[in-house]
Design a protein around this ligand. Structure first.
Ligand SMILES: [Zn+2]
Length: 454
């Protein structure tokens, strides 16, 4: 059996930071020690040694919100290319969304996705089942078979999987026992705004009107409705990609393990603001829209206060040609999975989030690595613990690098972060005890496996 030793680095895990070593046996973490490994005979005899001196060692990130476009939309991205981009960003597991073609709204379509993933995914994976107005029986069967991931588009037009019917919503919240992940934007408000701005701006519209069309009001009304439904039926709700200060008032603080209702925030909304539309246009057109600088600052503060529980990316690639269309015709979505940890660690290092304190590294690890595993009940993932799967990411905090088309691995080949310099660099990503990214290239082995649940 392959034994791997990672030594000399600073381990950041479960709120602690210490210098130490990790011994991996096959796919699993066999031992974690503080300080020098020399006194441990097994560690000293490891067949593969990785010197992480000066580096930070964390559990691999778990991205609970990605769109890999496979099957059916593979001109934008596929399971192989997008999971390669993910491991280059230090992500070792992903939960993938159902708005593919065909949509993942039946158990047959879901089974086909798992078949497609076999041997092609560089990260570990699972897939959401999408809710529709009439597939509750299918969702119940899914739950009986151990299924845990349901995605509900409550008033969003993404992929046509829109559920706004009151009875269908109530039934889902009353009857599904797993976490319901919801995209919250009120369709009728968006439709009214769209008519108004189409009339006012016509073909001259620029992306700067996007937060007026997909407004803060549309988010608040829909999120409030989801929270109200979850409260009424004591359902387990995760509100995806929260984008506004006002929505934060709907969520409680406190540890994720004690919450029925959790809130996710995505890296584009933490990094960009409406000030960036003039420069980046449709490249940062996404749904829900990127809002004001004040909203962005409130989201950063929400991570510190604990009102926001998870950080994901909503990685959603489109081709450059699609994004070069006019505002009304360009699709919404941003490729972001490759820059997930660099974004958060750069924010942690460089940005004064409040007057008093910057976002600490430990918090980024909590929100990106631990929280998704806890929220979705992933077995043996998300923490550096003896007996857990060896999903481990090593970053170099002293190394800065610039995003350019040559180092973008997503199939679409572009990023709104082009030209940005990040510090740190992800220098090694280990998935199930094997190196999936060595700092310069993705290994050819796609050894990701299907995630299991507690
Ligand atoms: Zn999404």
């Amino acid at each position: 059996m392959n034994t791997m030793l990672i030594h000399g680095g600073t381990i950041v895990n479960e709120g602690r930071r210490f210098q130490g070593w990790i011994l991996v046996h096959g796919e699993q973490i066999a031992e974690i020690g503080q300080g020098d490994y020399n006194h441990n005979l097994e560690a000293a005899a490891a067949t593969q040694k990785i010197d992480a001196t000066g580096k930070i060692v964390i559990p691999g990130a778990i991205d609970a919100h990605v769109h890999f476009r496979d099957p059916g939309l593979t001109s934008k991205g596929d399971m192989s290319t997008e999971s390669a981009a993910a491991v280059a960003g230090g992500v070792t597991s992903v939960l993938e969304m159902p708005n593919t073609v065909p949509q993942t709204t039946t158990l047959d379509a879901l089974a086909r996705k798992f078949d497609l993933a076999e041997g092609r995914m560089h990260t570990n994976y699972s897939f959401f089942l999408g809710a529709t107005t009439d597939n509750l029986a299918e969702i119940k069967r899914y739950e009986c078979n151990g299924g845990r991931l349901v995605k509900l588009f409550m008033g969003s037009s993404t992929g046509g999987m829109l559920v706004s019917d009151g009875r269908a919503l109530s039934a889902l919240f009353a009857e599904f026992g797993g976490v319901i992940s919801v995209h919250c934007e009120d369709e009728s408000i968006i439709r009214t705004n769209t008519e108004r701005y189409r009339c006012e701006t016509g073909d001259d519209a620029t992306t700067s009107i996007h937060p007026l069309v997909r407004s803060a009001e549309a988010c608040y009304v829909s999120t409030a409705r989801a929270v109200e439904l979850a409260d009424r039926y004591e359902a387990r709700l995760n509100v995806c990609h929260v984008t506004t200060a006002r929505e934060l008032t709907l969520f409680g603080e406190g540890p994720i393990s004690q919450k029925k209702i959790t809130a996710e925030v995505c890296t584009p909304h933490l990094w960009f603001s409406a000030d960036d539309y003039a420069r980046l246009g449709n490249r940062i057109k996404c749904n829900p829209s990127i809002k004001s600088p004040a909203d962005r600052d409130a989201l950063r503060a929400g991570l510190l206060s604990g009102r926001l529980d998870l950080v994901a990316t909503d990685h959603a690639p489109h081709t450059a040609a699609e994004k070069s269309l006019g505002y009304w015709n360009a699709p919404s979505g941003i490729p972001s999975v490759q820059h997930s940890l660099p974004v958060m660690f750069t924010l942690a290092e460089l940005t004064e989030l409040t007057e008093e304190k910057p976002l600490p590294l430990e918090l980024a690890v909590e929100k990106m690595c631990h929280a998704p595993a806890v929220r979705f009940g992933l077995a043996n993932r998300g923490f550096l613990r003896k007996g857990y799967k060896a999903d481990i990411t090593i970053v170099d905090p002293a190394s800065s690098w610039g995003v350019s088309p040559e180092n973008i691995l997503s199939k679409c080949g572009w990023s709104p972060w082009e030209g940005v310099r990040f510090r740190p660099r992800v220098v090694c990503t280990i998935v199930g005890g094997r190196i999936a990214w060595d700092g310069t290239r993705v290994t050819d082995l796609a050894t990701g496996e299907s995630l299991t649940f507690k």
